[in-house]
Design a protein around this ligand. Structure first.
Ligand SMILES: [Zn+2]
Length: 374
């Protein structure tokens, strides 16, 4: 199986011709749909590259078929790699050159003029790590995100999932209010268990600050003063705080996905993921939280699941998505009653456990009947 991982690198806007990239993106969309349109004023080399991708474009991580006509698709490209020892790998006429000897990224044709940018350390480290893991950075994509040019590097690795040991790592995706809980199971026992979250107090305080500033901005707007120096300053402050708010859960999601994938790898465990995010949303609705706060508490959870899956594939961790209920008794199947402190009890058979541990008991039950492994 081929596994992929992707890294986004922002390109300097002043060195790229954004309109030209837009034209190439439109051409890419046509290529996805099986049309070959040869445009006279665009170099043949880059068009050959584009149409050369037709057969294996779908295998690229970002290469999902655009949903609508004329939507802009990112331009796929091969990569020529120049390694530290001077050896080269890849297509010589590739538009993207990763020069690891001089730590430079060169892009030809796609940004119109040839551009050459220094490769930041974090990019060098990322490439080194992927190569050390037995992968190679073979493909790239260039496109616009919020009208800013970006280069996406895609590493590819041939990997075979390991044969699971007797460990199972269960990951139950919950809202950030209760965090993501995981449990390591062996021989029908929970060996270790943890709820991983964010600093909720800090998160709420930052959100309150955003709400407060937005109210202030709203008041200015009603007076027609939002375009003043004060108004614009306030607006940019709101934007920065919103980004910071979003970054808290995004960074945590990436951190946890990496931690859990590596844990599964270390124990050679089977990874079982319950991604019933809707159930968590319902729980928050039942607690009568405002929609804005619910949205906040659900942010980046899908990203977490996607990243966990990507990493599981990359490291060859066998994984499964399994529905593991937290409100149904794993012993007798009765509906559980929730007590204060999120303790769940079964009035039928007496089962009792913290709500976040119930999915782990379900996983034990399912392995006992060998349902998880099948
Ligand atoms: Zn029961």
């Amino acid at each position: 199986m081929e596994a992929h991982r992707t890294l986004l690198v922002r390109l300097p806007k002043d060195k790229c011709d954004v309109d030209y990239i837009k034209r190439l993106m439109a051409l890419t969309n046509l290529a996805y749909r099986g049309f070959e349109v040869w445009v006279p004023d665009i170099p043949k080399t880059v068009q050959h590259q584009l149409y050369g991708f037709k057969n294996y474009m779908r295998s690229l991580v970002l290469g999902t078929v655009p949903k609508r006509w004329f939507v802009r698709a990112w331009i796929p490209s091969k990569i020529l790699r120049v390694y530290q020892d001077g050896s080269r790998k890849g297509d010589k006429s590739a538009p993207v050159v990763l020069d690891l000897k001089n730590n430079v990224i060169k892009i030809r044709w796609v940004c119109k003029n040839e551009i050459s940018i220094p490769m930041p350390d974090w990019v060098v480290n990322w490439i080194d790590e992927r190569v050390r893991e037995g992968g190679d950075v073979r493909f790239a994509m260039i496109g616009l995100k919020d009208n800013e040019p970006y280069l996406a590097l895609t590493a590819e690795r041939e990997v075979k999932p390991h044969v699971p040991s007797d460990y199972i790592l269960v990951v139950d995706v919950n809202s950030w209010r209760y965090g993501i809980s995981w449990g390591l199971i062996r021989n029908s026992e929970i060996v270790s268990h943890k709820q991983e979250g964010i600093n909720l107090g800090k998160y709420y305080r930052l959100y309150d600050e955003v709400v407060r500033l937005e109210k202030k901005y709203g008041a200015l707007k009603r007076l027609g003063l939002h375009k003043t120096v004060e108004g614009s300053r306030l607006w940019s402050e709101i934007k920065i705080l919103r980004m910071r708010l979003y970054a808290i859960t995004r960074d945590r999601a990436y951190f946890l996905a990496s931690k859990l994938a590596r844990k599964a790898l270390r124990y050679r465990a089977l990874l079982v993921i319950d991604d019933m995010i809707e159930e968590s949303r319902r729980e928050l609705l039942e607690e009568k939280l405002p929609p804005d706060v619910i949205k906040l508490l659900m942010s980046n959870l899908k990203r977490f699941v996607h990243q966990l899956e990507t990493l599981a594939q990359w490291y060859g961790v066998p994984y499964k998505f399994k529905r593991l209920p937290s409100t149904v008794c794993p012993i007798c199947g009765s509906e559980l009653t929730q007590l204060p402190g999120r303790i769940m009890v079964c009035e039928n058979c007496g089962f009792k456990a913290p709500r976040d541990k119930v999915p782990m008991y379900w996983a034990i039950k399912l392995t006992h009947f060998n349902i998880v492994n099948n």
